[in-house]
Design a binder for this molecule. Structure first.
Ligand code: BTN
Length: 239
């Protein structure tokens, strides 16, 4: 699984490439690019890259519960990065690191499903900030690269290989119904046990559930949230 990697120097977006070509491409193909001219992030955002690892994976399996796949990917990325740093996960799948008491994003994951009458494929896109030396003014308080954090330059293809080794195993286990990824999601979460303000209410993060949702609590009433984003600026330390 995930042994076949196609490299591009420049491509508009590795996710977009797989979206446009999935019909003629093999299941489990990985597409990696040195540069993207129209890299995309979650919630319609732009993904700007420097000297980073940018790749997408094509999944054509008929997955029964695709919402948890993004948690599997996040947990595999954390496991692969633990060799170098101490990564944390911000549900659903931002990978963060702490530096001098502040949290910064080091990797983002964008899962896209192509559906007509039924699920055609899932595309997993990952952007890992690797050898970037500095971020633009609008990102410098939010983003971090492996190099900025550890003062080392990394071999991007080596990192890709390491991630794919972990993910192959975890994806296989996930298809067999194993939910070990939840333990990583919970133990490495930077949100569980914290509270944040939303519409003037105190919202406490209780757990990440088997169905991939996050469990929240307001005024003693618990409810689930299935997607979206929790803004870190509003998070404060909880009990
Ligand atoms: C996020 O917003 O956090 C997700 C970012 C995902 C970026 C990666 S880079 C490789 C792949 N191609 C894209 O256009 N986006 C994803």
């Amino acid at each position: 699984m995930f042994k076949n990697v196609k490299y591009f120097d420049v491509v508009p977006s590795t996710n977009q490439y797989l979206k446009e070509n999935y019909k003629s491409l093999a299941n489990y193909l990985v597409v990696s690019a040195d540069k993207q001219t129209s890299g995309r992030g979650r919630l319609g955002r732009v993904w700007n890259d420097g000297d980073d690892l940018l790749f997408s994976i094509l999944i054509k399996d008929k997955i029964a519960n695709p919402s948890c796949l993004s948690l599997v990917v996040g947990s595999a990325l954390v496991k692969a990065l633990e060799k170098y740093i101490k990564p944390l996960i911000k549900w659903p799948n931002d990978i963060l690191v702490e530096k001098e008491g502040k949290l910064y994003k080091i990797a983002g994951i964008l899962l896209e499903a192509v559906t007509y009458s039924e699920l055609e494929c899932i595309i997993i896109g990952i952007g890992l900030n690797v050898n970037t030396d500095a971020f633009s003014d609008d990102l410098k308080d939010k983003a971090m690269s492996l190099k900025m954090l550890t003062n080392h330059k990394y071999n991007k293809q080596e990192l890709l290989k390491e991630f794919l080794t972990v993910f192959s195993q975890d994806y296989h286990e996930y298809l067999r119904g194993n939910s070990d990824y939840l333990e990583i999601q919970r133990s490495k979460s930077c949100l569980i046990g914290k509270s944040f303000k939303q519409d003037d209410k105190d919202v406490k993060v209780i757990d990440i559930l088997e169905n991939g949702n996050i469990l929240l609590e307001v005024n003693g009433i618990q409810f689930e949230k299935s997607s979206g984003e929790i803004t870190l600026q509003n998070v404060y330390k909880g009990v």
